[in-house]
Design a binder for this molecule. Structure first.
Ligand SMILES: [Zn+2]
Length: 142
């Protein structure tokens, strides 16, 4: 498998189009200190358009698959060594997450009270999976 330009690092493919920067932010990757190549709005056979993120030199254990599951659940992660993909990882969908995303509901107790920890749980509705706030049941937005 050929991977242009990346020697050792990580390729995150099938990121929803236009969300690559947000995904980097959630993964706590600092674009000013990391060698990153972004391809935005590339053609995708599966989803129309997609973003691709290439991160040079990033160790595979630094990628948080739970966080990736939240923001880009259809993404695929390729681990690149010496210019080729040696391993593929897929995001996980955790049953529960806390401290990663904020509740979008301004009246939620986690928005009005400082000491309440944000928490979201996974809900499956008609085969569609989404995260809802532990306190007010508002759907998570990214
Ligand atoms: Zn809430």
């Amino acid at each position: 498998m050929e991977v242009t330009s990346l020697q050792n690092g990580i390729i995150i493919d099938h990121v929803p189009a236009g969300t690559a920067l947000k995904v980097l932010e959630y993964l706590k990757v600092d674009p000013s200190r990391t060698k990153i190549a972004l391809i935005m709005n590339a053609d995708s056979k599966r989803y129309g358009t997609k973003d691709i993120i290439k991160i040079e030199g990033m160790a595979d254990d630094r990628i948080d698959l739970d966080v990736l599951g939240l923001v880009a659940r259809n993404a695929t992660v390729g681990i690149v060594r010496d210019g080729s993909i040696v391993k593929k990882l897929t995001p996980t969908l955790p049953q529960h997450v806390s401290g990663v995303i904020r509740c979008p509901n301004p009246r939620c107790v986690t928005s009005t009270e400082r000491d309440v920890r944000q928490g979201f749980h996974l809900v499956t509705l008609n085969g569609h999976q989404e995260y809802r706030c532990d306190y007010c049941d508002e759907e998570a937005k990214f």
